[in-house]
Design a protein around this ligand. Structure first.
Ligand code: PRP
Ligand code: MN
Ligand code: MG
Length: 179
């Protein structure tokens, strides 16, 4: 895997520190409130598990699997629900946890669906934000890192389902995704 990485963009220590900071902020912001953290599979899984270790208030977790990319490197704009939430979110404070916001299509679609289910509030926490990729405007309450327009893998992010288990965020070598 390592040999396919051009450069480490965000290392393990930087990730750890940021996730800790985000967890503290979320704990503070939702103090005395209920909170349901929704992990968007599969990319957000590593970020979500690390993040909730740093949230110091009682929470519930749930999972939703949507896919817009398939095995392509650019968003198709078609978002499919592969797995829906297990529980109702009516009247609850919802925090959607994502690994990356690129075009914004995935989250734009998800926000519409979740808001239609009458939660008390819905906010987004994304580890990475790639503003150059954006097609739709998106209000994101918590962002870890603003990233450049490069093909990123690791810490949950994949290329054709590979590299998710790298413990850092790396830039994939061009020859890997162009071949
Ligand atoms: C990736 C990523 C985000 C989304 C961001 O997921 O994890 O969910 O794309 O792209 P967008 O802002 O352009 O919509 P993907 O659909 O590849 O599924 P995965 O999480 O299972 O890899
Ligand atoms: Mn995803
Ligand atoms: Mg993907």
């Amino acid at each position: 895997m390592k040999e396919d990485i051009r450069e480490v963009l965000i290392n393990e220590e930087q990730l750890k520190n940021k996730v800790m900071k985000l967890g503290k902020q979320i704990s503070k912001d939702y103090e005395g409130e209920s909170l349901t953290v929704i992990c968007i599979l599969k990319g957000a899984v590593m970020f979500m598990t690390e993040l909730i270790k740093n949230i110091e208030i009682p929470i519930e977790i749930d999972f939703m699997d949507v896919s817009s990319y398939g095995n392509q490197t650019t968003s198709s704009g078609v978002v499919k629900i592969i797995k829906d939430l297990d529980s109702s979110i009516e009247g609850k404070n919802i925090l959607i946890v994502e690994d990356i916001i690129d075009s914004g299509l995935t989250l734009n679609y998800l926000m519409k669906i979740l808001k239609s289910r009458s939660p008390k509030s819905v906010e987004i926490c994304s580890l990475l934000d790639k503003p150059e990729g954006r097609n739709v405007d998106m209000e994101v309450k918590y962002v870890g890192f603003i990233v450049p327009d490069a093909f990123l893998v690791g810490y949950g992010l994949d290329f054709a389902e590979k590299y998710r288990n790298l413990p850092y965020i790396g830039i994939l070598k061009e020859e890997i995704y162009l071949s």
